[in-house]
Design a protein around this ligand. Structure first.
Ligand SMILES: C[S@@+](CC[C@H](N)C(=O)[O-])C[C@H]1O[C@@H](n2cnc3c(N)ncnc32)[C@H](O)[C@@H]1O
Length: 430
């Protein structure tokens, strides 16, 4: 059974190495295995991908020659074996035996001896092998990513690396229309779940240990949502009010859209997203939480979209980005992203911001947010708007622990704290 989890995990990891997204692959892989094996499968996939650049470098040193293209599942199994030996409490003998046994499940019994020999050699020579790794591989980051972090955040490099390599906390948002933090904390304590209130968001509760959301009292009844505290700040900073027209221009899956409505249930919210499949997730979340919004499929960068309507008093632009501030939650970013992605994405971000700015009412406020820590996707995008028009004013924000940047505020990812998000709040001249 445990060998089965490893074979399934190897399939997921090989899929990510071939360019596919972890979330989608893991969701369908979970359906192939028994419920009790699912936490192990998730741990193996997330853990291996979090350390993938380091494990790849080690595999390169341990193998005489790379495995063939059609044997990438065996390559993934090797990374999985190295991860278990390097970073888990799974006893060595079990890690090696179960990983080697998974070769049979993959229909590749010839790889048994190879994996056995390579994993045992790693254990014997671990310290010497690791001493030869270049700094980026030792820090489990792709070379381009490590260079970019060192260039943009030299003082915080160690802290960001450590956050990116750690398992994030599970943070909840209390639906203030249906409950409050004290009541939810009491219900969690009653269910034996240890938790504490957040410090940045008025609605946040962080669990001491992650657990399946279905096990949380009040989740199905719409009292709670899962959302990092940095993400919870967005709706609070935009501060919508009842009666206002509010646009969430990149809304799916709806975390921030629902929070906007929990804060101001009487606002008229339009939840826009270019991806109609992802927009369905917004509808599901609205239903679960007992909230209502107009859900619209469309391109926020299209200047004609919504142009015939009344302008909006509040606009949230939670732009599609590299995700460089949320690597700990999406470790496949280390495998899938390329060094020119931030510049490429910035073109789209500028177009979305510019179009949305045109939809903002005089005196209205627009919050530009990304989950990136790269300046090209943040200050540079806001600067382009500020230079293009004279009717945008920058608002001052108070965000504990955030770095002040040229036009906004940057929370850096922190192993014991929040994800890394950027915020810039702009007001249109009346
Ligand atoms: C960072 S996610 C938004 C997360 C969401 N705000 C939340 O809190 O749950 C970015 C979203 O932007 C959408 N998107 C990308 N390009 C877009 C465009 N041109 N117009 C509208 N939505 C877009 C993506 O489909 C994705 O759902």
């Amino acid at each position: 059974m445990a060998a089965n989890s490893r074979a399934v995990a190897a399939g997921v990891i090989a899929g990510v190495l071939a360019g596919r997204s972890l979330d989608a692959l893991l969701a369908s892989a979970q359906e192939q295995i028994a419920e009790r094996e699912r936490p192990l499968l998730a741990q193996l996939c997330y853990g291996t991908l979090r350390l993938a650049p380091r494990l790849e470098a080690l595999a390169g040193k341990l193998l005489d020659r790379p495995l063939r293209r059609k044997d990438q599942d065996v390559h993934a199994l090797l990374l999985l074996g190295l991860y278990q030996l390097d970073a888990t409490r799974i006893p060595d003998h079990a890690a090696v035996a179960e990983t080697v046994a998974a070769t049979a499940t993959l229909g590749k019994p010839w790889a048994r001896g190879l994996l056995n020999a390579v994993l045992r050699r790693y254990r014997r020579e671990q310290a010497a092998l690791e001493a030869t790794l270049p700094p980026a591989a030792a820090a489990a980051h792709p070379a381009w990513f490590f260079r970019a972090l060192a260039a943009e955040w030299p003082q915080a490099l160690e802290r960001i690396v450590s956050a990116n390599n750690s398992q994030p906390p599970l943070t909840l948002r209390v639906n203030r229309q249906r409950s409050n933090r004290a009541a939810v904390l009491a219900a969690l304590a009653g269910a034996g779940i240890e938790a504490r209130t957040g410090t940045l968001s008025a609605d946040a509760i962080t669990l001491s240990r992650p657990c399946p959301v279905e096990a949380l009292p009040g989740f199905a009844a719409g009292l709670l949502s899962v959302q990092d505290e940095a993400a919870q700040l967005a709706a609070q900073l935009l501060a919508p009010r009842d009666g206002e027209r509010v646009l969430d221009a990149c809304a799916a899956p709806g975390g921030k859209a629902c929070h906007l409505l929990e804060i101001a249930p009487g606002c008229a919210l339009t939840a826009l997203d270019v991806d109609r499949h992802r927009l369905r997730r917004v509808e599901e979340n609205l239903n679960r939480l007992g909230l209502a919004a107009r859900c619209l499929t469309g391109d926020a960068a299209d200047p004609a979209l919504l142009a015939g309507e009344e302008p909006f008093q509040r606009i949230l632009v939670d732009a599609p980005c590299s995700g460089s501030g949320v690597v700990r939650r999406h470790p496949d970013i280390k495998v899938l992203r390329r060094d020119d992605d931030a510049d490429r994405l910035a073109t789209r971000q500028r177009a979305i911001l510019e179009s949305c700015w045109a939809r903002l009412a005089p005196g209205g406020r627009l919050l530009y947010v990304t989950c990136s820590i790269f300046g090209a996707e943040n200050d540079a995008v806001v600067e382009a708007l500020l230079k293009a028009g004279s009717d945008a004013g920058e608002c001052t924000l108070a965000i504990a622990g955030a770095e002040r940047t040229a036009h906004g505020y940057q929370l850096l990812p922190d192993a014991d704290g929040t994800d890394g998000l950027y915020y810039a709040l702009l007001e249109k001249a009346s």
